[in-house]
Design a binder for this molecule. Structure first.
Ligand SMILES: CC(C)(COP(=O)(O)OP(=O)(O)OC[C@H]1O[C@@H](n2cnc3c(N)ncnc32)[C@H](O)[C@@H]1OP(=O)(O)O)[C@@H](O)C(=O)NCCC(=O)NCCS
Length: 216
């Protein structure tokens, strides 16, 4: 089980009045371990991966992962080209605000050379109270092994455990892999904005699959 590096054991979502008088959601006071974050997830082709909370110390490994993502995948992730994408995205995620964000990474198992193979993240959504907006990216040479699906399953589970009501996200209509995966995980399209579908999953009602598969 991963440690409490971003306060997963301590924090959950509560409403609190900010200095500006606005009600905001913050994490505070959760009990119980995240149950879908796992030291050993079996992927459909029999590979084993670890899923753990993202740490600030992951910045260099994240940069390395993003540097190994194709331009097409960066476009699917950001909907645009971003200068210095690997460095900027790695810094952004490594320095996330634990009061409003959750990050998970997939890595090889302990004892193997460490690298980050995929990352999934949510941030408090300021449009819908109690909702969080997701993003996910798997290193291009690791796609199609079940890492994205496992990360998203664990992320939805962790968001629910921290009392988020819903997870939302924007997905390019050309992004068939992500749209299919989102559909399998219970997301529905609630809005169409140009080339983008705005997707939402209700965490109170969604039935999440178990994490990984049982080895034959
Ligand atoms: C979209 C993306 C995250 C998917 O990650 P991935 O690791 O390649 O996807 P997976 O291997 O987990 O899923 C692939 C397939 O297996 C399915 N799958 C994987 N594990 C599964 C499991 N344990 N049980 C059932 N189905 C599973 C998925 O639904 C999907 O279906 P398909 O085989 O019919 O295509 C990845 O392609 C990516 O990083 N793309 C670029 C960035 C991006 O598009 N981000 C999303 C926008 S925020």
């Amino acid at each position: 089980m991963s440690g409490d590096r971003f306060g997963a054991e301590r924090f959950r979502l509560v409403r609190r009045s900010g200095a500006d008088g606005m009600m905001r959601h913050l994490f505070a006071g959760a009990t119980g371990a995240p149950y879908m974050i796992s030291d050993n997830v079996t992927l459909p082709q029999g590979e084993h991966r670890k899923i753990r909370l993202l740490e600030a110390a992951d910045e260099a490994a994240l940069r390395e992962m993003f540097a190994r993502c194709s331009a097409d995948d960066m476009h699917l992730r950001c909907f645009a080209t971003m200068k210095d994408f690997p460095a900027k995205m790695a810094a952004r995620l490594a320095h996330m605000d634990p009061a409003e964000e959750i990050g998970l990474v997939a890595t090889p198992l302990a004892g193997e050379p460490q690298q980050i193979l995929g990352v999934a993240h949510v941030i408090l959504d300021h449009e819908e109270e109690g909702a969080a907006e997701f993003d996910v990216m798997v290193r291009s040479d690791q796609k199609g092994h079940g890492i994205g699906y496992a990360l998203m399953t664990a992320l939805l589970d962790e968001a629910r455990r921290r009392d988020f009501k819903a997870v939302v996200g924007y997905i390019l209509r050309e992004n068939h892999a992500m749209l299919q995966m989102a559909g399998e995980l219970g997301f529905v399209a609630v809005r169409f904005e140009g080339a983008v579908n705005f997707m939402r999953v209700d965490l109170a009602t969604v039935e999440l699959p178990p994490l990984g598969v049982t080895a034959a």
